[in-house]
Design a protein around this ligand. Structure first.
Ligand code: URA
Length: 246
């Protein structure tokens, strides 16, 4: 990416003057990177319980079947207030999987994740690490229907939706998952730990490395945490680079 465009993006993210994270500079110097692995949190499993017929059926679906199943899902009350389901968008063989919380008003209207204000910031966050929507990147949410008034999804709603997300993850086989915000992180890692405690560590979802950062909508309100999000992105990029050479 041209240096000027990069500067513009970082400026939009509120991240100028430009600085480089230590992980980034170490990596550029070709030295091995030390990744802090969090061992305090149990590994989350993506497999459905044997006795759960619905989850077992979803676990066998291909992309077309899965998208059709989501489109007509009535497993939780969110189906009553949605305009449309928001399945996910991007490269079905992506290395990067970004997971948010749930669709907002604009996403509910259009049917694509992260198309509102938070989505614009997410696109800029992606650009800052030379990524773009759809190119080695897939974006989806914990729940596929909009929670009314943008409230957090209830645990029971996230649980009903989890077989869809679990199947998406199995089909995509991403090298790295980035959990956007507390709700995504807590659901994926089965924890109630704060985002402050979850950031900066390499977690795992099943066997897939997972990194936690702030939700773009939160960053729109909390400018001072944008610098921390930039650190997370650099950490994610350095982690991906180390995974690609393995
Ligand atoms: N917030 C999310 O978590 N997901 C979206 O798709 C949009 C906003």
């Amino acid at each position: 990416m041209k240096q000027r465009r990069r500067k513009e993006i970082l400026h939009e993210l509120g991240l100028t003057p430009i600085w480089r994270s230590r992980a980034d500079s170490i990596l550029n110097e070709g030295a091995p990177m030390t990744i802090p692995v969090d061992q305090s949190i149990p590994v989350a499993t993506a497999t459905a319980p044997e006795n759960d017929d619905r989850a077992a059926r979803i676990a066998k679906m291909d992309w077309v079947q899965l998208e059709a199943a989501v489109a007509c899902c009535t497993a939780c009350p969110l189906c009553q207030s949605r305009t449309r389901t928001v399945f996910g968008v991007g490269d079905e063989q992506a290395d990067w999987l970004f997971i948010g919380e749930g669709p907002g008003a604009k996403e509910d209207e259009i049917g694509e994740p992260f198309v509102g204000q938070a989505g614009k910031l997410l696109d800029n966050m992606l650009k800052s690490i030379q990524l773009q929507r759809g190119d080695r990147v897939y974006i989806t949410n914990i729940v596929k229907c909009r929670p009314p008034n943008n409230r957090n999804p209830e645990p029971s709603e996230a649980e009903q939706c989890h077989p869809y997300l679990a199947r998406q993850i199995v089909l995509i086989k991403p090298k790295l998952i980035v959990a956007l915000g507390k709700i995504a992180a807590q659901n994926l890692l089965h924890t109630s730990e704060s985002i402050a405690n979850l950031r900066g560590k390499l977690h795992r979802y099943s066997d897939i490395p997972l990194i936690v950062t702030y939700h773009p909508a939160y960053l729109l309100r909390s400018l001072s945490d944008k610098a921390k999000a930039w650190e997370d992105l650099c950490f994610a990029k350095a982690t991906m680079q180390s995974l690609l050479v393995q």
